[in-house]
Design a protein around this ligand. Structure first.
Ligand SMILES: *[C@@H]1O[C@H](CO)[C@@H](O)[C@H](O)[C@H]1NC(C)=O
Ligand SMILES: *[C@@H]1O[C@H](CO)[C@@H](O)[C@H](O)[C@H]1NC(C)=O
Ligand SMILES: *[C@@H]1O[C@H](CO)[C@@H](O)[C@H](O)[C@H]1NC(C)=O
Ligand SMILES: *[C@@H]1O[C@H](CO)[C@@H](O)[C@H](O)[C@H]1NC(C)=O
Ligand SMILES: CC(=O)N[C@H]1CO[C@H](CO)[C@@H](O)[C@@H]1O
Length: 414
């Protein structure tokens, strides 16, 4: 999750229902920071500042050139839903990230279907004519695939990390890109092996350790031209890219570890279930934990639920709004958040806390907008049903405070 503050309105984007083990990154925005419900002292006592240099966000030189744009996908043929002017298109941004990379490209994807297969009877694209595929914008996906192939042929060091993929081609695209190219590595990470359920759900591109996309768009042609998606494109942001790369590296590491020897069941006091978690998880009492194999993780006390953090590393970045050239380009205060908490590091929030804090940050006479694919107060993909109320409770809290909330459904392919 990446959080950005804006001058006067709270604009919160839920790309998908948070579920217990899914990993995802969400772009959100908010008007100010309030961490009212968090016990900062408790955290401070357990935070070891030597573990990670969090001052790099404050280093002005690092972020001097750093700029951000919002990125959107809007289905073709929807006259009632025009593109928002000044917001970039996902397909363009993906092509640029691949096209501009000169040394490295790291991609986290849930699944891949960039190239349409209208002639494959097993494919959902089957039966549509060339003309129809053209009208649907399928070509955009093909162009992104071609830009990746191009980067692979330029000997860029490329790493693809994904969940197992979807029928009928599963991981065929990343495998094809990796095949015969020692500079391209592809791995499948099954989070179910680590947390009992859940999938890699983040969509992240990192190019040359400085340009980054974080958003909802899958590596699927339909996510470029047939599904509503939202993300953020950061250019010239090495300090932010470093944090996101750290998350990438943690996932990469998991994919290369033997999960059977690194997981252990723990009783989750908040959800009242016993569940499988990594052996270094904060759900285990400190004496029963293993040493974390991940870099820069923070020592967390045994807590019920998610470890709280009162002072995330803040960075400042201006959001470019080409359609509104007169709008002041004040750098926005922002922070990153990640899930699941066992992969957190440094002073980065977990997604759940960032969402709750974003909801609670809504100021008087402003609007809270939440856009989500699903909204359930319970788990959807776990074997045991888990009731989970933190978002609804946070919304109730701000409503009872002073607000009008405005919910709107948001469609996402996954
Ligand atoms: C590089 O990125 C810029 C925008 O940031 C874009 O205009 C340009 O076309 C990209 N170059 C390539 C080769 O994709
Ligand atoms: C590709 O890059 C690697 C190092 O990044 C280098 O060792 C190798 O020689 C390069 N291969 C070609 C064909 O240029
Ligand atoms: C993974 O660990 C388990 C339990 O320690 C062991 O039985 C199994 O052989 C290991 N698998 C591999 C591929 O090393
Ligand atoms: C809620 O959103 C709808 C659609 O965008 C808008 O028409 C309506 O005025 C909003 N209501 C409030 C109270 O902000
Ligand atoms: C995990 C995974 O999907 N690995 C694939 C990566 O690509 C190669 C081709 O180079 C396949 O053989 C692997 O199965």
């Amino acid at each position: 999750m990446m959080k950005l503050s804006t001058a006067s309105q709270v604009f919160l984007v839920f790309l998908l229902l948070f579920n217990i083990c899914a990993i995802k990154l969400v772009a959100t925005a908010q008007s100010d920071f309030r961490f009212q419900s968090i016990d900062g002292d408790e955290y401070a006592n357990n935070f070891d500042p030597m573990q990670i240099d969090d001052n790099d966000f404050d280093n002005k030189n690092n972020n001097e050139q750093c700029k951000a744009w919002l990125v959107q996908s809007i289905p073709t043929d929807m006259p009632q839903l025009p593109r928002v002017p000044g917001v970039l298109s996902t397909a363009d941004v993906f092509r640029w990230l691949a096209g501009n990379s000169s040394k490295s490209l790291d991609i986290i994807a849930q699944y891949w279907q960039l190239v349409a297969h209208p002639n494959d009877p097993r494919s959902g694209d089957y039966g549509y004519s060339e003309d129809e595929m053209q009208k649907f914008g399928a070509n955009e996906g093909f162009e992104v695939y071609r830009a990746l192939e191009d980067a692979a042929d330029r000997n860029i060091t490329i790493r693809f990390l994904q969940h197992s993929g979807v029928y009928p081609d599963f991981t065929e695209e990343p495998s094809k890109l990796a095949s015969g190219r020692p500079n391209v590595k592809n791995v499948t990470l099954l989070l179910g092996d680590w947390w009992g359920s859940g999938i890699v759900h983040a969509k992240v591109w990192i190019s040359d350790d400085q340009d980054v996309y974080i958003g909802s768009a899958n590596n699927d042609w339909k996510s470029l031209t047939q599904v509503k998606e939202l993300g953020i494109y950061l250019v010239g942001c090495p300090a932010i890219a470093r944090k996101v790369t750290m998350y990438f590296s943690n996932l990469w590491k998991l994919a290369h570890l033997n999960s059977s020897s690194c997981t252990k069941f723990a009783f989750d006091e908040l959800w009242q279930v016993t569940r499988k978690v990594p052996c270094w998880s904060h759900f285990h009492h400190p004496k029963e934990r293993c040493r974390t194999p991940l870099q820069d993780t923070v020592k967390t006390p045994h807590v019920a639920g998610y470890p709280p953090l009162s002072d995330p590393s803040i960075f400042h970045v201006s959001i470019e709004t080409p359609a509104f050239p007169d709008s002041a380009l004040e750098p926005e205060s922002s922070y990153l958040s990640f899930a699941p908490p066992e992969l957190s590091f440094g002073k980065c929030l977990t997604d759940e806390q960032a969402w709750v804090d974003t909801i609670k940050s809504v100021g008087e006479h402003s609007t809270l907008r939440i856009s989500t694919m699903d909204w359930l107060g319970q788990s959807q993909y776990t074997t045991e049903k888990i009731y989970w109320s933190s978002l609804s409770s946070a919304v109730s809290e701000v409503i009872s405070y002073y607000f009008i909330t405005n919910f709107s459904g948001f469609v996402d392919a996954s």
